[in-house]
Design a protein around this ligand. Sequence first.
Ligand code: MGD
Ligand code: MGD
Ligand code: SF4
Ligand code: MO
Length: 901
Amino acid sequence: MNALPPQQPATRTACPYCGVGCGVLAVADLNGGAMIAGDPDHPANFGRLCSKGSALGDTLSLDRRLLHPMIRRAPGVLGRVDWDTALDAVASGLRTVVDRDGPEAVAFYLSGQLLTEDYYVANKLMKGFLGSSNVDTNSRLCMASSVAGHRRAFGADIVPGTYRDIDEADLIVLVGSNAAWCHPVLYQRMIAAKRNRGAKLIVIDPRRTATAKDADLFLPIAPGMDAALFCGLLVHLADTLALDYAYIDRHTAGFVEALARAREIAANPAATARATGLEQADVAHFFELFRKTERVVTCFSQGVNQSAQGTDKVNAIINAHLATRRIGRPGMGPFSLTGQPNAMGGREVGGLSNQLAAHMGFSPEERDRVGRFWRAPCLAAKEGLKAIDLFEAIERGSIKALWVMATNPVVSLPRAGAVRHALGKLDLFIVSENVLDNDTIAAGAEARTQVLLPGAAWGEKHGTVTNSERRISRQRAFLPLPGEARPDWWIVTEVARRLGFGSAFAFGGPADIFREHAALSAFENNGERDFDIGALAGISDAAYGALDPVMWPARAGEPSREQRFFAAGEFFTPDRRARFVAPERPRPRSATSKYFPLRLNTGRVRDQWHTMTRTGMSPRLGTHSPEPFVEINPADGEAALLADGGFARITTSHGSAILKVRFDAGQRLGSIFAPIHWSEATAAYARVGEMVTAANDPFSGQPELKATPARAEPVEFAYVGIALSRGAITLPAGTWFARQAITGGNAVLFATNEPFGLWHEHARTLLPADAELAEYIDQSRGLIRIAAFRAGRFDGCIFVGPAQSQPQWGVVRSLFEAGILAEQERRTLLSGRSADGMADTGPVICACFGVGLAAIQEVVAAGRNVTVDDIGRTLRAGTNCGSCLPELRGIIERSASPVVP
Ligand SMILES: Nc1nc2c(c(=O)[nH]1)N[C@H]1C(S)=C(S)[C@@H](COP(=O)(O)OP(=O)(O)OC[C@H]3O[C@@H](n4cnc5c(=O)[nH]c(N)nc54)[C@H](O)[C@@H]3O)O[C@H]1N2
Ligand SMILES: Nc1nc2c(c(=O)[nH]1)N[C@H]1C(S)=C(S)[C@@H](COP(=O)(O)OP(=O)(O)OC[C@H]3O[C@@H](n4cnc5c(=O)[nH]c(N)nc54)[C@H](O)[C@@H]3O)O[C@H]1N2
Ligand code: SF4
Ligand SMILES: [Mo]
């Protein structure tokens, strides 16, 4: 737990998960894993890590790694090839498509999880040398509305503030951000601001999240209506003479139009309350807090970006900050929280199809400048296709070759079923991956040629990432390259060489690429472009190796310092003035109907990362939310005849999924929420992306991932069960299941309508043939418990019970991990009853110390006015990374006042 062995030299690197960008110290251990601690000297986290960062050591196993290149030519199966064969196949395949169908028939789909150096060379190859701009990235699903909003308002994609502003704020407004779970270490800084200086926290979200539990004011806004709320705020500030007219006059344009539009949308608190579905008193309270507090930071994330009116939401927020000059000054500003570790770096290199490179676009001067710098033979003439359009072009057959790097689009894109189908139409489908199997790799089985390229993973490669506050940090390797895996930048440059572009891609390592990227940022810049790291253009290999976290801009000849933007204007528009933007009247793109009366909201849980290819390997992270689920207000749930703890089929016009039902009074009536993490690789019938609409924002192209019309129906299963094995587990087709991470084997939770007898038979085929079986069968109660032992070791089991039963998953898991069982433990296992000290822990709340709900509830029940500190003293829960503190507070709160649905 955040402790490294003394005297071992640790490698300073950065966390590969969220955009907080925490510094990590890592020491490789002898088993291919590593000991991990927070870097006390890193300015993003000062030594802290959240539950996911703390568990990084659990995710380094090579069990499911792609360790050598593979090719499949139809009809056929994937077979191992050497690097030369794979790289030749990629280069000649791309060349054939470009020669035959033109450069527009080729596309790259990249990721905010690539390092800046990887991203830079991929973008350069496509836009400068293949001659198309069909390079887009999963950042289209993530940050595109913030990028578009920044560019409309500021003339450049800039986050004006720094994390220090969060420390120094007196009011922190979180819009569409579940920071307690998604940016946990930064969230700890918000809580510290609350504690240290009495800062107030406002949370605006349709559902009462873990973050909302800490809020001084929670605004359960109707989905998609944020722009109306911030229009109402602007009107209120104008009507109460709280605006800074000197700043507006001197440094901005478009104010009059924006205010007039705001009046049309939300003329006063009453109209705002009607438009947003909020209580008028709450709206008024929010307006007053904003007006009275000078130091306001408004942080926003996917509840803002992932909307068909996401760019307008961003600008409505920025409008309120510009009009009050709450920008660029200590403790103030609009603050877009980036999602991925290098979403920001991807924007810097131009990874989005509507950007060229180094924050430049496609104007004639910018094209000319980048073309000369790169000595590009055929620079892309215009913007390329954005992700949704790009995959539609694949569906139509106009894109024939696709290279996916470091993203899993068959899970994460909207209309994921259609995306999977589209990939089968490709002539050439190249995937650079860490893992051997994910849904995207599987979808390539129908493509004419599929090439898998083994990318080096976190801990094995060198490069840089940029976090939410524009701070560039080094990722450094502390593990050897396994098998034949190679860094992504190397793979791209080798392909470029084979295409005949060797001299433009003669990079010996990431430092060479970084220097070129830095030089381009400063090339003919003269202070006109925001993104300038010219000070690093001449960095030596040694200095790159030792580079400390550095914030941009870092202009050549200027002292390096943390810089805020725009306190004195100086925007990056032609007239150097910011733009107020008049938003459209907001509404979600698709309307609910009699058939689809609910709105499906999607997002994240605390301890899983995206499609679970990494966090899914950690047993301790898996215990917090073991199954794919849907949260629904109890009133909606009962109306749909659902049972809490049962199952529901959620259906939209695009697809359906079967999810475990959680009644939650914190859900707005009419809204349901499902996490995005499960896929075919980890569960059955739980790929939520299949249900999600591809309707998207007209400015950013970012899809509305949080508001798809949907309906819910009950699904009955006769039996539920668990299966564990030291080997692979194959369940009968049609079984609903969710895989569980477990040390030393495989495990699934499942549900089924197969007859009792079949399970009895199936258990025998599932368990090792040479094992000694211990059985407990009670047909009248519908119970099957069969455990397999080999040489005294508990080697697997299959337990089935009626739908209402609760398999003792926690107990069984700990016995399996223990291996050799005492007689008493064997009896415990088969009786299904908890013996002393073996009580099932319930869902694990504190992932660091493995403390379950049951133990916490016991402590809360045993005392009077129990606090989180009391829980920490008794159980240690919450005393390491702090990610579970909001949940601990929630448990205390619930025990004090039982929630009445
Ligand atoms: N644990 C964990 N952390 C992560 C990630 C992860 O996978 N797991 N991923 C990282 C990435 S890439 C990203 S982009 C970030 C995302 O971080 P967040 O944006 O904080 O996470 P989400 O859960 O996607 O959505 C945030 C909230 O938006 C709310 N919301 C939905 N619709 C609306 C609306 O119309 N208005 C408002 N105001 N709110 C709405 C949802 O209810 C949800 O609580 O997290 C990063 N951190
Ligand atoms: N419905 C809905 N859909 C969403 C969202 C939502 O809130 N709702 N959120 C969206 C957002 S914000 C995001 S960011 C996306 C995320 O979605 P994805 O990017 O699809 O999710 P990941 O699981 O992070 O996929 C990363 C893949 O790259 C591999 N990988 C990791 N590191 C490397 C590397 O260094 N090199 C290579 N070659 N491969 C690597 C991993 O094994 C994994 O397969 O999902 C989006 N989709
Ligand atoms: S907050 Fe957690 S996931 Fe995000 S960078 Fe820090 S340790 Fe990693
Ligand atoms: Mo994201």
